[in-house]
Design a protein around this ligand. Structure first.
Ligand code: RP5
Length: 171
């Protein structure tokens, strides 16, 4: 696997790595990239399958911190061992997004991500779009601890969301 080339001058190097087990996960995980883009957080997106491309996963996770990433978001469906295996290879915070599966509606994904044995944590979000959205927001909160400018952008994003809630329902 060829990992990210060095960013060209003027390009920000990725701070968030977003990985998913399959192309089919993109429909869910695109909601995470939408938030990262709205908050102007440099990120990279890769397909990394724990069982179909195990060497790619090991290389990705082991090199993540050295390449400047601070948080990894990992989305997977079914026997969703990608976030857990990723967390085993890196000490960076790993946020797991359970992708909704056909057979069990994502309950399989959720349980296989959330039930990490004590010792290797994966911060597990909700199934599907909400989880992908919140994974990106949580990554933003983590990064904002040491980035006041991003903290301001996140506060503005939340204020805009608040302002969009009507006082009364349309009847
Ligand atoms: C997992 O298997 C992926 O994360 C995906 O959610 C699921 C199905 O993958 P495809 O069969 O669509 O490639 O590895």
């Amino acid at each position: 696997m060829s990992l990210s080339p060095l960013p060209s001058p003027g390009t920000k190097s990725p701070r968030v790595g977003l990985i998913m087990g399959s192309q089919s996960d993109w429909e869910t995980m695109r909601h995470a990239t939408a938030v990262l883009e709205a908050l102007d957080i440099a990120h990279e997106v890769r397909i990394v399958s724990a069982h179909r491309t195990p060497d790619r996963l090991a290389e990705y996770a082991k090199s993540a911190q050295g390449r400047g990433l601070s948080v990894i978001i990992a989305g997977a469906g079914g026997a969703a061992h990608l976030p857990g295996m990723c967390a085993a290879w890196t000490a960076l915070p790993v946020l797991g997004v359970p992708v909704e599966s056909h057979a069990l509606k994502g309950m399989d994904s959720l349980l296989s991500i959330v039930q990490m044995p004590g010792g290797i944590p994966v911060g597990t979000l909700a199934i599907g779009k909400a989880g992908a959205t919140n994974a990106a927001l949580l990554a933003a909160s983590i990064l904002a601890l040491s980035d006041p400018d991003l903290g301001g952008r996140l506060a503005a994003w939340r204020a805009k969301q608040t302002a969009a809630v009507a006082q009364e329902p349309v009847r």
